[in-house]
Ligand binder design. Structure first.
Ligand code: DDH
Length: 291
Protein backbone atom coordinates (compact mmCIF):
# COMPACT_ATOMS: atom_id res chain seq x y z
CA UNK A 1 0.00 0.00 0.00
CA UNK A 2 1.17 3.48 -0.71
CA UNK A 3 1.33 5.80 2.30
CA UNK A 4 -1.06 8.17 0.49
CA UNK A 5 -3.77 5.56 0.57
CA UNK A 6 -3.76 5.42 4.35
CA UNK A 7 -3.40 9.15 4.65
CA UNK A 8 -6.40 9.83 2.46
CA UNK A 9 -8.51 7.39 4.42
CA UNK A 10 -7.52 8.87 7.75
CA UNK A 11 -8.49 12.39 6.81
CA UNK A 12 -12.21 11.62 7.00
CA UNK A 13 -12.02 9.54 10.16
CA UNK A 14 -13.24 10.91 13.48
CA UNK A 15 -11.93 9.77 16.85
CA UNK A 16 -15.30 9.70 18.65
CA UNK A 17 -13.73 8.44 21.88
CA UNK A 18 -11.54 11.53 21.90
CA UNK A 19 -14.56 13.73 21.16
CA UNK A 20 -16.27 12.21 24.22
CA UNK A 21 -13.20 13.00 26.34
CA UNK A 22 -13.00 16.55 25.00
CA UNK A 23 -16.65 17.18 25.86
CA UNK A 24 -16.21 15.63 29.32
CA UNK A 25 -13.21 17.90 29.91
CA UNK A 26 -15.11 21.12 29.31
CA UNK A 27 -18.21 20.40 31.41
CA UNK A 28 -17.04 21.88 34.68
CA UNK A 29 -17.15 25.64 35.12
CA UNK A 30 -17.71 27.06 38.57
CA UNK A 31 -18.91 30.38 37.20
CA UNK A 32 -21.68 28.89 35.05
CA UNK A 33 -25.06 28.05 36.61
CA UNK A 34 -24.61 25.23 39.13
CA UNK A 35 -21.03 24.54 38.03
CA UNK A 36 -21.59 22.45 34.90
CA UNK A 37 -22.43 22.94 31.25
CA UNK A 38 -23.77 19.38 31.22
CA UNK A 39 -27.47 20.24 31.59
CA UNK A 40 -27.55 22.76 28.75
CA UNK A 41 -25.72 20.27 26.49
CA UNK A 42 -28.37 17.63 27.27
CA UNK A 43 -31.05 20.18 26.36
CA UNK A 44 -29.25 20.89 23.06
CA UNK A 45 -29.21 17.18 22.12
CA UNK A 46 -32.90 16.92 23.03
CA UNK A 47 -34.06 20.01 21.11
CA UNK A 48 -32.03 19.02 18.07
CA UNK A 49 -33.72 15.58 18.09
CA UNK A 50 -37.22 16.32 19.41
CA UNK A 51 -38.37 18.11 16.26
CA UNK A 52 -38.95 14.74 14.57
CA UNK A 53 -42.29 13.96 12.95
CA UNK A 54 -42.98 10.26 12.29
CA UNK A 55 -45.59 10.91 9.60
CA UNK A 56 -43.57 13.21 7.36
CA UNK A 57 -40.19 11.84 8.52
CA UNK A 58 -38.93 15.41 8.87
CA UNK A 59 -36.90 16.95 11.68
CA UNK A 60 -34.64 15.18 14.16
CA UNK A 61 -30.93 15.48 14.79
CA UNK A 62 -29.76 14.48 11.30
CA UNK A 63 -29.31 17.90 9.72
CA UNK A 64 -28.49 19.99 12.84
CA UNK A 65 -30.90 22.57 11.46
CA UNK A 66 -30.83 24.60 14.68
CA UNK A 67 -27.66 26.23 13.32
CA UNK A 68 -29.87 28.20 10.95
CA UNK A 69 -32.51 30.86 11.38
CA UNK A 70 -35.42 30.68 11.92
CA UNK A 71 -34.95 27.51 14.00
CA UNK A 72 -32.10 29.06 16.03
CA UNK A 73 -34.56 31.80 17.03
CA UNK A 74 -37.51 29.56 17.96
CA UNK A 75 -38.55 30.48 21.50
CA UNK A 76 -38.05 26.89 22.69
CA UNK A 77 -34.37 27.15 21.71
CA UNK A 78 -33.62 30.28 23.76
CA UNK A 79 -30.27 29.94 25.48
CA UNK A 80 -29.02 27.03 23.39
CA UNK A 81 -26.50 29.27 21.62
CA UNK A 82 -24.46 28.89 24.81
CA UNK A 83 -24.31 25.13 24.21
CA UNK A 84 -23.66 25.39 20.47
CA UNK A 85 -20.86 27.94 20.95
CA UNK A 86 -19.30 25.86 23.71
CA UNK A 87 -18.84 22.96 21.27
CA UNK A 88 -17.22 25.02 18.50
CA UNK A 89 -13.63 24.41 19.68
CA UNK A 90 -14.33 20.66 19.64
CA UNK A 91 -15.76 20.94 16.11
CA UNK A 92 -12.58 22.84 15.12
CA UNK A 93 -10.40 20.10 16.62
CA UNK A 94 -12.43 17.31 14.93
CA UNK A 95 -13.57 18.99 11.70
CA UNK A 96 -14.97 15.80 10.17
CA UNK A 97 -17.61 15.23 12.82
CA UNK A 98 -21.04 16.46 11.77
CA UNK A 99 -22.83 18.91 14.06
CA UNK A 100 -25.68 16.43 14.52
CA UNK A 101 -23.23 13.76 15.68
CA UNK A 102 -21.37 16.25 17.88
CA UNK A 103 -24.50 17.59 19.61
CA UNK A 104 -25.97 14.16 20.33
CA UNK A 105 -22.62 12.74 21.46
CA UNK A 106 -22.18 15.77 23.77
CA UNK A 107 -25.60 15.09 25.32
CA UNK A 108 -24.65 11.46 25.94
CA UNK A 109 -21.30 12.54 27.44
CA UNK A 110 -23.00 15.05 29.75
CA UNK A 111 -25.52 12.50 31.04
CA UNK A 112 -22.81 9.91 31.68
CA UNK A 113 -20.36 12.33 33.29
CA UNK A 114 -23.06 13.65 35.64
CA UNK A 115 -23.74 10.17 36.99
CA UNK A 116 -26.25 8.81 34.48
CA UNK A 117 -26.34 5.50 32.63
CA UNK A 118 -24.15 4.50 29.69
CA UNK A 119 -26.08 5.38 26.55
CA UNK A 120 -25.17 3.58 23.32
CA UNK A 121 -24.39 6.08 20.56
CA UNK A 122 -23.48 5.75 16.91
CA UNK A 123 -22.39 8.26 14.25
CA UNK A 124 -24.26 8.78 10.99
CA UNK A 125 -25.79 12.28 10.92
CA UNK A 126 -25.09 14.53 7.95
CA UNK A 127 -25.34 18.29 8.24
CA UNK A 128 -27.94 20.18 6.25
CA UNK A 129 -26.47 23.09 4.38
CA UNK A 130 -29.20 25.71 4.56
CA UNK A 131 -32.29 26.96 6.36
CA UNK A 132 -34.33 24.63 4.14
CA UNK A 133 -33.68 21.88 6.69
CA UNK A 134 -35.28 23.97 9.50
CA UNK A 135 -38.42 22.56 11.09
CA UNK A 136 -41.55 24.66 11.68
CA UNK A 137 -41.89 26.32 15.09
CA UNK A 138 -44.03 24.56 17.69
CA UNK A 139 -42.68 21.01 17.50
CA UNK A 140 -41.22 21.04 21.04
CA UNK A 141 -43.35 20.90 24.21
CA UNK A 142 -44.92 24.08 25.61
CA UNK A 143 -44.46 24.02 29.39
CA UNK A 144 -47.53 26.19 30.00
CA UNK A 145 -49.84 23.55 28.49
CA UNK A 146 -51.49 20.41 29.88
CA UNK A 147 -50.75 16.70 29.56
CA UNK A 148 -52.77 16.26 26.34
CA UNK A 149 -50.48 18.70 24.55
CA UNK A 150 -47.40 16.88 25.88
CA UNK A 151 -48.83 13.52 24.70
CA UNK A 152 -49.52 14.88 21.23
CA UNK A 153 -46.02 16.36 20.91
CA UNK A 154 -44.28 13.12 21.94
CA UNK A 155 -46.66 10.77 20.07
CA UNK A 156 -45.72 12.80 16.96
CA UNK A 157 -42.08 11.79 17.59
CA UNK A 158 -43.17 8.15 18.01
CA UNK A 159 -42.95 7.77 21.82
CA UNK A 160 -45.41 6.07 24.19
CA UNK A 161 -46.49 7.18 27.69
CA UNK A 162 -43.77 5.22 29.48
CA UNK A 163 -41.04 6.69 27.27
CA UNK A 164 -42.42 10.22 27.70
CA UNK A 165 -42.21 10.01 31.48
CA UNK A 166 -38.76 8.39 31.40
CA UNK A 167 -37.42 11.13 29.11
CA UNK A 168 -38.84 13.92 31.25
CA UNK A 169 -36.73 12.52 34.12
CA UNK A 170 -33.83 14.36 32.45
CA UNK A 171 -35.08 17.31 34.48
CA UNK A 172 -33.09 15.87 37.37
CA UNK A 173 -30.49 18.00 35.61
CA UNK A 174 -30.36 21.72 35.19
CA UNK A 175 -32.64 24.62 35.79
CA UNK A 176 -35.01 27.12 34.23
CA UNK A 177 -33.70 30.58 33.40
CA UNK A 178 -35.96 33.67 33.48
CA UNK A 179 -34.22 35.06 30.37
CA UNK A 180 -34.63 31.80 28.40
CA UNK A 181 -37.98 30.14 29.17
CA UNK A 182 -39.33 32.69 31.64
CA UNK A 183 -39.48 30.04 34.41
CA UNK A 184 -36.97 29.99 37.24
CA UNK A 185 -35.11 27.46 39.34
CA UNK A 186 -34.02 23.81 39.36
CA UNK A 187 -36.15 20.67 39.73
CA UNK A 188 -34.03 19.35 42.57
CA UNK A 189 -31.44 20.40 45.12
CA UNK A 190 -28.73 18.55 43.13
CA UNK A 191 -29.11 19.77 39.54
CA UNK A 192 -25.75 18.42 38.38
CA UNK A 193 -26.43 14.82 39.43
CA UNK A 194 -28.31 12.50 37.06
CA UNK A 195 -30.53 10.19 39.12
CA UNK A 196 -34.21 9.38 39.70
CA UNK A 197 -34.40 12.36 42.04
CA UNK A 198 -36.84 14.20 39.75
CA UNK A 199 -39.46 11.48 40.33
CA UNK A 200 -38.94 11.50 44.08
CA UNK A 201 -39.22 15.27 44.22
CA UNK A 202 -42.41 15.46 42.16
CA UNK A 203 -44.11 12.63 44.12
CA UNK A 204 -43.05 13.53 47.64
CA UNK A 205 -43.31 17.31 47.91
CA UNK A 206 -46.26 19.63 48.38
CA UNK A 207 -46.62 21.95 45.40
CA UNK A 208 -47.93 25.51 45.56
CA UNK A 209 -48.46 28.01 42.76
CA UNK A 210 -46.04 30.89 42.41
CA UNK A 211 -46.81 33.92 40.26
CA UNK A 212 -43.88 35.10 38.15
CA UNK A 213 -42.87 38.68 37.42
CA UNK A 214 -43.44 38.10 33.69
CA UNK A 215 -47.13 37.36 34.28
CA UNK A 216 -46.79 33.58 34.14
CA UNK A 217 -46.74 31.06 36.98
CA UNK A 218 -45.06 27.82 38.05
CA UNK A 219 -45.23 25.33 40.90
CA UNK A 220 -42.77 25.51 43.79
CA UNK A 221 -42.04 23.16 46.69
CA UNK A 222 -43.84 24.58 49.73
CA UNK A 223 -40.84 23.79 51.96
CA UNK A 224 -38.11 24.86 49.54
CA UNK A 225 -39.51 27.43 47.15
CA UNK A 226 -36.27 27.40 45.11
CA UNK A 227 -37.29 23.97 43.73
CA UNK A 228 -39.86 24.12 40.94
CA UNK A 229 -42.09 22.21 38.55
CA UNK A 230 -43.55 23.42 35.28
CA UNK A 231 -47.34 23.65 34.82
CA UNK A 232 -47.15 20.84 32.21
CA UNK A 233 -45.31 18.52 34.61
CA UNK A 234 -47.85 18.64 37.43
CA UNK A 235 -50.59 18.08 34.80
CA UNK A 236 -48.67 15.01 33.64
CA UNK A 237 -48.20 13.80 37.22
CA UNK A 238 -51.97 14.09 37.81
CA UNK A 239 -52.75 11.98 34.73
CA UNK A 240 -53.62 8.38 35.69
CA UNK A 241 -51.71 6.76 32.82
CA UNK A 242 -48.59 8.88 33.28
CA UNK A 243 -48.72 8.64 37.08
CA UNK A 244 -47.89 4.95 37.24
CA UNK A 245 -44.54 5.59 35.57
CA UNK A 246 -43.73 8.54 37.85
CA UNK A 247 -44.34 6.22 40.82
CA UNK A 248 -42.38 3.36 39.28
CA UNK A 249 -39.30 5.52 38.62
CA UNK A 250 -39.47 7.21 42.05
CA UNK A 251 -39.17 3.73 43.60
CA UNK A 252 -36.81 2.07 41.15
CA UNK A 253 -33.73 3.92 39.91
CA UNK A 254 -32.46 0.87 37.97
CA UNK A 255 -35.69 0.70 35.98
CA UNK A 256 -35.48 4.44 35.32
CA UNK A 257 -31.88 4.16 34.09
CA UNK A 258 -32.80 1.24 31.82
CA UNK A 259 -35.86 2.92 30.35
CA UNK A 260 -34.14 6.31 30.06
CA UNK A 261 -31.19 4.75 28.23
CA UNK A 262 -33.46 3.18 25.62
CA UNK A 263 -35.64 6.25 25.19
CA UNK A 264 -32.76 8.73 24.98
CA UNK A 265 -30.87 6.57 22.46
CA UNK A 266 -34.08 6.33 20.41
CA UNK A 267 -34.62 10.11 20.68
CA UNK A 268 -31.17 10.97 19.38
CA UNK A 269 -31.56 8.55 16.44
CA UNK A 270 -34.97 9.76 15.22
CA UNK A 271 -34.86 10.43 11.50
CA UNK A 272 -31.17 9.54 11.11
CA UNK A 273 -30.56 7.54 7.91
CA UNK A 274 -28.10 5.01 9.31
CA UNK A 275 -26.49 2.70 6.80
CA UNK A 276 -26.57 -0.09 9.37
CA UNK A 277 -22.84 -0.77 9.57
CA UNK A 278 -22.00 2.03 12.00
CA UNK A 279 -20.00 1.07 15.07
CA UNK A 280 -22.11 1.46 18.24
CA UNK A 281 -20.07 3.19 20.96
CA UNK A 282 -20.48 2.70 24.69
CA UNK A 283 -18.19 5.39 26.00
CA UNK A 284 -16.35 5.00 29.28
CA UNK A 285 -16.72 7.82 31.77
CA UNK A 286 -13.56 9.73 32.61
CA UNK A 287 -11.72 8.54 35.70
CA UNK A 288 -12.52 10.69 38.73
CA UNK A 289 -9.46 12.73 39.68
CA UNK A 290 -8.99 13.07 43.44
CA UNK A 291 -7.22 16.33 44.27
FE1 DDH B 1 -36.81 20.15 29.39
N1 DDH B 1 -37.10 22.12 29.84
N2 DDH B 1 -38.77 19.97 28.92
N3 DDH B 1 -36.46 18.24 28.84
N4 DDH B 1 -34.83 20.40 29.81
C1 DDH B 1 -36.17 23.00 30.31
C2 DDH B 1 -34.85 22.71 30.62
C3 DDH B 1 -34.26 21.48 30.44
C4 DDH B 1 -39.75 20.91 29.06
C5 DDH B 1 -39.53 22.27 29.30
C6 DDH B 1 -38.30 22.79 29.70
C7 DDH B 1 -37.41 17.38 28.36
C8 DDH B 1 -38.79 17.57 28.40
C9 DDH B 1 -39.40 18.76 28.69
C10 DDH B 1 -33.89 19.40 29.77
C11 DDH B 1 -34.03 18.15 29.17
C12 DDH B 1 -35.24 17.62 28.71
C13 DDH B 1 -36.78 24.28 30.47
C14 DDH B 1 -36.06 25.52 30.99
C15 DDH B 1 -38.10 24.16 30.11
C16 DDH B 1 -39.16 25.25 30.13
C17 DDH B 1 -35.22 26.20 29.88
C18 DDH B 1 -34.47 27.38 30.45
O1 DDH B 1 -35.12 28.31 30.93
O2 DDH B 1 -33.22 27.35 30.42
C19 DDH B 1 -41.05 20.30 28.95
C20 DDH B 1 -42.38 21.05 29.06
C21 DDH B 1 -40.83 18.97 28.75
C22 DDH B 1 -41.85 17.89 28.69
O3 DDH B 1 -41.53 16.69 28.46
C23 DDH B 1 -43.09 18.01 29.02
C24 DDH B 1 -36.77 16.19 27.85
C25 DDH B 1 -37.53 15.03 27.20
C26 DDH B 1 -35.42 16.34 28.07
C27 DDH B 1 -34.30 15.40 27.73
O4 DDH B 1 -33.17 15.75 27.76
C28 DDH B 1 -34.58 14.02 27.34
C29 DDH B 1 -32.69 19.84 30.46
C30 DDH B 1 -31.44 18.99 30.71
C31 DDH B 1 -32.92 21.14 30.89
C32 DDH B 1 -31.99 22.04 31.71
C33 DDH B 1 -31.23 22.99 30.81
C34 DDH B 1 -30.31 23.92 31.58
O5 DDH B 1 -29.81 24.84 30.95
O6 DDH B 1 -30.07 23.73 32.78
Amino acid sequence: HSPYFNGANKSTEVDYVQVYKDVADLLEDNDYDDGSYGPVLVRLAWHASGTYDVDTKTGGSNSASMRFEPEALHGANNGLKVARDLLEPIKAKHPNISYGDLWTLAGVAAIQELGGPTIPWRPGRTDGTSAESCTPDGRLPDATKKQDHIRNIFYRMGFNDQEIVALTGAHALGRCHPDRSGFEGPWSEQPTLFSNEYFKVISEREWIKKELKNGGWQWVDKNNTDVMMLPAEISMFNDKEFRKYFELYAKDQDQFFKDFTNAFAKLTELGVPFKGDEKVYKFETLPVVVT
